[in-house]
Design a protein around this ligand. Structure first.
Ligand code: ADP
Length: 583
C-alpha cells in the first residue's frame, strides 16, 4: 500500500478525476446488487403464482435501465481512472526524458542504455498500472465485495452469509501464494526474454562481423538455446497460472455447496424463501471477482512500488556537472590555455592526461596528434566540460571554463565528434540541427565549406533527402562532412574536428582545410588527426603519448626534431607515394 502514499502527490493533483471515478464506481457497485434481488423476487412471485404480465414487464424495464446505467457509468469511471493513470505516465516520462538529456557523459558511462530504456518503458508501465488498475482493483474489490456481503447479510441471512464465506479466506491465501510463485517465475521469464532481446539486437548490429567470420551457425545455435530457455521458463509460468482456475473453482464450488446445503435447510424451515436463496447464490457469484482482484492487487502494487522506487532513485541522482552560482552568462571568446596537472576518468585511478600545459591564441589552429588511446579526445572533452574533476584548470578568455554557464560555453564551440551521429531525418535538418529555422543560404554556406554541397545536390531530393536507416546510405566521408557542416552552421568561436577527416580523401581534406582557413579567419580551430597532412599547417602542433605532451611546435620545428612526429610524417609520405605509384 505504500506506493499509494508515494503517489499521493499525483492523486492530489488529479483529485477531481479520482474522486468522481471512485464515486461512480460506488454507484456501479450498488447497481450490481439490483439484478439478483429482482430475479429472487420474481422467482418468489412465480412460486406463489402471483406473477402478472404487468409486474414482469415492470421488473424487466428496471433490469434494462440498471444495465444501461451500469454501461454508461463503467465507461466514465474508466475514462476518469485510466485516463489519469496515463497522465501520470506522461508526467514521469517527460521528467525522465528531460533528466536524460541533462545528464553528462560520465552518467552515461556508468549506466547501461538498456537499463535506462527499461526505466522509460517497463517501469513507467508498472507505475501507470498502479495508478490505474491498482486503484481500480483496490477500490472496486472493497466496494463491490463489501456491498455484496452487506446485501447478503442484511437483506437475506447473516447466518448463511457467514457459512458461505468460510472457504473464501482459503482462496485469498492460495491465490496469493500462487501469485508470489508466479511473480518469481515471471521475473525469470522476463529476464530470459530481455537477454534474448539483447542477443537479437547485438546479432543484427553485428551481422556483418558474424558473416565475415562465418559464425552464422554458431549464432543461430546460441539463439536457439536462449529461445528454448524462454519456452521452458514460460511453461513454468503457465503451469502455475493453470493452477489458478481449478483452485478458484474448487473454493467457489465449496461455497456454493455450503450455501445450497444450509440454504435448502433454511428454506425448508421457512427461514428463507426460494427466491431469496437464488438471490443469495447469485450474490455469491458476484464475490468471485473481488476476491480474485484482491489477490492480484498485491502483485500490481508490488511491481508498481519497485518500479516507482527505481525511477525516483534515478531522478534523485544529482547532476554531476552544474552551473556554479552566478555563472557568467556570456559566450566565451579569446585565447584558450590548458593548465592541467592531471586528469583521470571517474571510476578510474590511472590518469589519462598529465602535465598538459599550452596556450592557443584566438584565431589560431591547434593540431593534436598521437597514437590511438594517447588522450586526444579526452583533452577535448575537458574543454567541453563533459567531465569534471581536473587537477588543474583550463582558461578561456579571462576566465576558467567552470565560471561560464555550461550552455554558454558549449554555444561557443562547434564540436564534430569522432563517432559522428546523423539523425534519421533530412540532410537539411541534420545540418540545421542547432537552429532548425535558419535560412537555407546559411545551411548551404556551411555545406560548401565542408565540401558536401555538390554531393547533396546529387541526391534525389537534394537537401530534403532523408538520411539514415530509412533513407539514402551515405559513405563515411559524406557523413563526416555533413557533421562538419552541422558544427559550422553556428559559426562557432572554436571549431573542433576530432578525427573528423579520417574518411575523407586527401584532396578533399586539403580543400576543406583551405575553406576553413578562408572562412574562419580570427576564429580558433582544434584538429585531432591520424593523417598528419590534416594538421601540417596548424599554428601549433602537440604530440601526445600516454597522456603526456612529448613534442610541440610548428611543423617545421617538429621536422627538425628527430622524434615521433618526423618519423610518422616521413612514413605517411612514403605510404602516399606508394599509393600514387600504384595508380
Ligand atoms: P585518443 O583520442 O587519443 O584515441 P582517448 O582520449 O579516447 O584517446 O583515450 C585516452 C585513454 O583514456 C585511453 O586509454 C582510453 O581507454 C581511456 N578512456 C577514454 N574514454 C574513457 C572513458 N569514458 N572512461 C574511462 N577511460 C576512458
Amino acid at each position: 500500500m505504500r506506493v499509494f502514499i508515494d503517489l499521493m502527490w499525483f492523486f492530489k493533483q488529479e483529485k477531481k478525476a479520482y474522486i468522481s471515478g471512485i464515486l461512480i464506481l460506488a454507484v456501479v457497485a450498488v447497481l450490481h446488487l439490483i439484478p439478483p434481488k429482482i430475479v429472487g423476487y420474481i422467482v418468489d412471485l412465480i412460486k406463489e403464482n402471483e406473477l402478472t404480465k404487468g409486474t414482469l414487464i415492470k421488473w424487466i424495464i428496471v433490469l434494462i435501465v440498471t444495465a444501461l446505467a451500469m454501461y454508461v457509468l463503467r465507461y466514465y469511471w474508466r475514462i476518469m481512472i485510466f485516463g489519469s493513470s496515463l497522465k501520470l505516465a506522461r508526467i514521469l516520462r517527460n521528467r525522465l526524458f528531460s533528466y536524460f538529456t541533462n545528464m553528462s557523459s560520465s552518467f552515461y558511462q556508468q549506466k547501461r542504455v538498456g537499463d535506462l530504456m527499461a526505466h522509460a518503458t517497463n517501469d513507467l508501465q508498472a507505475i501507470q498500472g498502479t495508478a490505474g488498475s491498482g486503484v481500480l482493483t483496490f477500490v472496486d474489490s472493497l466496494l463491490t465485495g463489501g456491498f455484496v456481503v452487506i446485501a447478503m447479510a442484511a437483506t437475506i441471512s447473516w447466518k448463511l452469509t457467514l457459512i458461505a464465506l468460510i472457504p473464501m479466506p482459503f482462496m485469498a491465501i492460495l491465490t496469493n501464494y500462487y501469485g508470489s510463485l508466479l511473480h518469481k517465475k515471471f521475473h525469470k521469464a522476463q529476464e530470459a526474454f530481455s537477454s534474448l532481446n539483447d542477443k537479437t539486437q547485438e546479432s543484427i548490429n553485428g551481422i556483418k562481423v558474424i558473416k565475415t567470420f562465418g559464425q552464422e551457425k554458431e549464432d543461430i545455435e546460441s539463439f536457439r538455446a536462449q529461445s528454448a530457455d524462454i519456452v521452458k521458463k514460460n511453461v513454468a509460468v503457465a503451469k502455475i497460472d493453470s493452477l489458478f482456475d481449478p483452485t478458484i473453482s474448487i473454493v467457489i464450488g465449496l461455497s456454493f455447496f455450503l450455501s445450497i446445503v444450509f440454504g435448502a435447510k433454511y428454506v425448508i424451515s421457512n427461514e428463507l424463501t426460494i427466491g431469496q436463496l437464488i438471490s443469495f447464490t447469485t450474490y455469491l457469484g458476484l464475490l468471485i471477482w473481488p476476491m480474485l482482484a484482491f489477490g492480484s492487487l498485491f502483485n500490481i502494487l508490488e511491481r508498481g512500488r519497485a518500479s516507482y522506487e527505481r525511477v525516483s532513485n534515478l531522478l534523485s541522482e544529482p547532476k554531476e556537472i552544474l552551473d556554479r552560482p552566478n555563472a557568467i552568462n556570456t559566450i566565451p571568446t579569446g585565447s584558450i590555455e590548458y593548465k592541467v596537472k592531471s586528469f583521470h576518468y571517474p571510476n578510474e585511478t590511472k590518469p589519462v592526461l598529465e602535465d598538459i600545459h599550452f596556450q592557443l591564441k584566438q584565431g589560431e589552429t591547434l593540431g593534436i596528434v598521437g597514437k590511438t588511446g594517447a588522450g586526444k579526445t579526452t583533452l577535448i572533452k575537458l574543454l567541453l566540460r563533459e567531465f569534471e574533476g581536473i587537477n588543474g584548470t583550463i582558461l578561456f578568455g579571462n576566465n576558467r571554463i567552470y565560471e561560464y554557464r555550461i550552455d554558454r560555453l558549449r554555444e561557443s564551440i562547434g564540436y564534430v565528434p569522432q563517432d559522428h551521429f546523423l539523425f534519421s531525418s533530412t540532410v537539411k535538418e541534420n545540418i540545421a540541427f542547432s537552429d532548425p529555422l535558419i535560412d537555407q543560404t546559411f545551411i548551404e554556406k556551411a555545406a560548401k565549406i565542408a565540401h558536401i554541397h555538390d554531393d547533396i545536390l546529387q541526391f534525389t531530393d537534394g537537401y530534403e533527402t532523408i538520411v539514415g536507416e530509412k533513407g539514402v546510405s551515405l559513405s563515411g566521408g559524406q557523413k563526416q562532412r555533413i557533421s562538419i557542416a552541422r558544427a559550422l552552421l553556428k559559426d562557432p568561436e572554436v571549431l573542433i574536428l576530432d578525427d573528423s577527416l579520417s574518411a575523407v580523401d586527401a584532396k578533399t581534406e586539403e580543400a576543406i582545410l583551405k575553406s576553413l582557413k578562408e572562412e574562419r579567419s580570427g576564429k580558433t580551430t582544434i584538429i585531432t588527426a591520424h593523417r598528419l597532412s590534416a594538421i601540417k599547417h596548424a599554428n601549433k602542433i602537440i604530440v601526445l603519448e600516454n597522456g603526456k605532451i612529448i613534442e610541440s611546435g610548428k611543423h617545421d620545428v617538429l621536422m627538425e626534431n628527430d622524434g615521433w612526429y618526423k618519423a610518422m610524417f616521413v612514413s605517411q609520405q612514403l605510404e602516399e607515394l606508394v599509393e600514387l605509384g600504384g595508380k
